[in-house]
Design a protein around this ligand. Structure first.
Ligand code: NDP
Length: 240
């Protein structure tokens, strides 16, 4: 198999960690980012030939240096997975009326501005090489309204539109852009939702299921496809 150099943002936990480990298991060289040093050290041990970098996606001044560090350590980034995301403000998902405006902004900064910053930093290299894959991790809540998701749903809807607009922008330059949209996955992000304990664990979509789709997309088998919004939807997503 043709292996690749891949950067996964937010690879310390949950879906990002599962994607990083699955992609490394296929022989790809994988870099992950995150804000938790201990968890970065733990995941690094599971990424042979890969690296883990302390980086906050909201830190605009740092995004280019993260890309440069990954490029120096594992080679030019051939696949960027914009996974880092938050579900709400410091108190988790909230009704808009209860949400602090700074918390609203933090959700947009993390879930939309972060992917934009990392994408801008990798694009010149991808365009120069005439190939590259960008996978944005969206959400079912970008298309389905839900209470307490005004900030999150808005951010993920923006990310979906970012995906298809960018796909058109770079269509002639060999860069593919996808948005994968998980349903309800049991991770730190969803563990405290009120209805979670009523659901049998086996009924959840697993981080590994989302990772399987990412592995499929990076194979390069879908060379002509771009701009697609791909659901990893399950029945439980309708509970959100
Ligand atoms: P988790 O809370 O388990 O993990 C979030 C990851 O993002 C962590 O690795 C965290 O790392 C990282 N992260 C958060 N903020 C930042 C930041 N500012 N800078 C760098 N890294 C950051 O969430 P999930 O695994 O569930 O979510 C992953 C993605 O999947 C998100 O984009 C989410 O919106 C999306 N998603 C999740 C669903 C679910 O049901 N769980 C459903 C649909 C979409 P650290 O703490 O080390 O910074």
């Amino acid at each position: 198999m043709n292996t690749k150099n891949i950067l996964v943002t937010g690879g310390t936990r949950g879906i990002g960690r599962a994607m990083a480990i699955a992609l490394a298991g296929l022989g790809n060289r994988v870099a992950v980012t995150g804000r938790n040093e201990q968890k970065l050290r733990e995941v690094a041990r599971e990424l042979p030939g890969g690296i883990a970098i302390l980086a906050d996606v909201t830190d605009a001044a740092h995004s280019q240096s993260v890309i440069d560090e990954v490029t120096t350590d594992i080679g030019p980034i051939e696949v960027l997975i914009n996974n880092a995301g938050i579900g709400g403000g410091t108190d988790g998902p909230q009704l808009l009326i209860d949400m602090d405006a700074d918390d609203w902004w933090r959700v947009q900064e993390t879930n939309v501005r972060g992917p934009m910053l990392y994408t801008k930093a990798v694009l010149p290299g991808m365009i120069e090489r005439g190939e590259g894959i960008i996978i944005n991790v969206g959400s079912y809540l970008s298309i389905r309204p839900s209470p307490m998701a005004t900030a999150y749903g808005t951010s993920k809807a923006a990310l979906a539109r970012f995906t298809d607009c960018l796909a058109v922008e770079v269509a002639d330059q060999g860069v593919q852009v996808f948005c994968i949209s998980p349903g309800l996955v049991l991770t730190d992000m969803t563990r405290d939702l009120p209805f979670i304990n009523d659901i049998p664990e086996d009924d959840f979509q697993r981080p590994e299921d989302v990772a399987g789709l990412a592995c499929e997309l990076v194979t390069g088998k879908y060379g002509k496809l771009s701009g697609h919004f791909i659901h990893v939807k399950d029945e439980l997503a309708t509970l959100l």
